[in-house]
Design a protein around this ligand. Structure first.
Ligand SMILES: C[S@@+](CC[C@H](N)C(=O)[O-])C[C@H]1O[C@@H](n2cnc3c(N)ncnc32)[C@H](O)[C@@H]1O
Length: 242
């Protein structure tokens, strides 16, 4: 366990050789500003939302979603589906030192940690234990929001390839929003080549991130992908065969 810059704790994975969150931005800050707030800003009127949280990890994106809903007074029914390879990690989360902001969600943390499932009248959270690459093709219904929060392309390339993003494209509709901390051109290219428009998520107190949507998003600055590709003619996205 490591204390990140905003005071919230994250962890280091010796298997993947990387922290679960940016220690510079902070676990809670990263989750809130790179995923939850930008995604929900596109769905202010929606009464219910389906979210794919890739991958569950320490559960920050899921718990920050509950926190944001509560603190912004939004009354929405939210269903979160989250693949996670590391089942023992999830079972250990009831002992994790979460920020005070998550105190109200202790029953959620306990239920998800013990059973992988939590449900009440507002939320349904289900962790799907296993390999996301095997699990995603078994899912049918589209998601409104996808938090693309795998370890980095350098450390976990199978969750950043063109074929992987094709699977995300299959699981989205015209207005679905994909959020990711990655600003790498090859990540953005994999999104673009699968029919997504790419947008810059920029703000105070966190490093730049990316938002993508097949349709148009007015509130984000569009990345001029044809121009970026022209300036970087050798750029290629990661492929499953690499
Ligand atoms: C950066 S962490 C996710 C952090 C998480 N979103 C959070 O907010 O705490 C990446 C997670 O992906 C999981 N993972 C890596 N490869 C996976 C795969 N192929 N399928 C499912 N989960 C995977 C790791 O076990 C790890 O928990």
């Amino acid at each position: 366990m490591v204390k990140s810059e905003d005071g919230s704790c994250t962890a280091y994975s010796s298997e993947f050789g990387e922290h679960y969150h940016s220690t510079k931005d902070g676990a809670l800050t990263e989750s809130l500003h790179k995923h939850v707030i930008p995604a929900f800003s596109c769905f202010e009127e929606a009464e219910s939302l389906r979210i794919l949280d890739i991958c569950f990890g320490l559960g920050f994106n899921t718990l920050t979603t509950l926190y944001h809903l509560r603190h912004s007074g939004m009354n929405k029914r939210v269903e979160i589906v989250s693949p996670e390879l590391d089942e023992p990690l999830v079972h250990s989360l009831k002992y994790f030192s979460y920020p005070e902001a998550f105190a109200a969600f202790a029953p959620v943390i306990t239920a998800v940690s013990e059973t992988g499932l939590y449900e009440d009248e507002h939320f349904r959270i289900e962790v799907l234990f296993g390999d996301a690459r095997a699990l995603l093709p078994t899912l049918e219904q589209p998601f409104d929001i996808i938090y693309q929060d795998a370890f980095s392309p350098e450390h976990n390339p199978v969750l950043w390839t063109k074929e992987y993003f094709a699977e995300l494209a299959r699981l989205t509709h015209a207005h679905s929003v994909v959020t990711t901390y990655s600003t790498a051109l090859r990540t953005r290219l994999a999104l673009y080549e699968n029919g997504f428009n790419v947008y810059l998520n920029k703000g105070e107190g966190y490093r730049n991130a990316t938002v993508a949507c097949k349709g148009a998003l007015q509130r984000f600055e569009k990345v001029d992908m044809p121009h970026k590709i022209k300036c970087n003619p050798d750029v290629e996205c990661l492929k499953d065969n690499d």
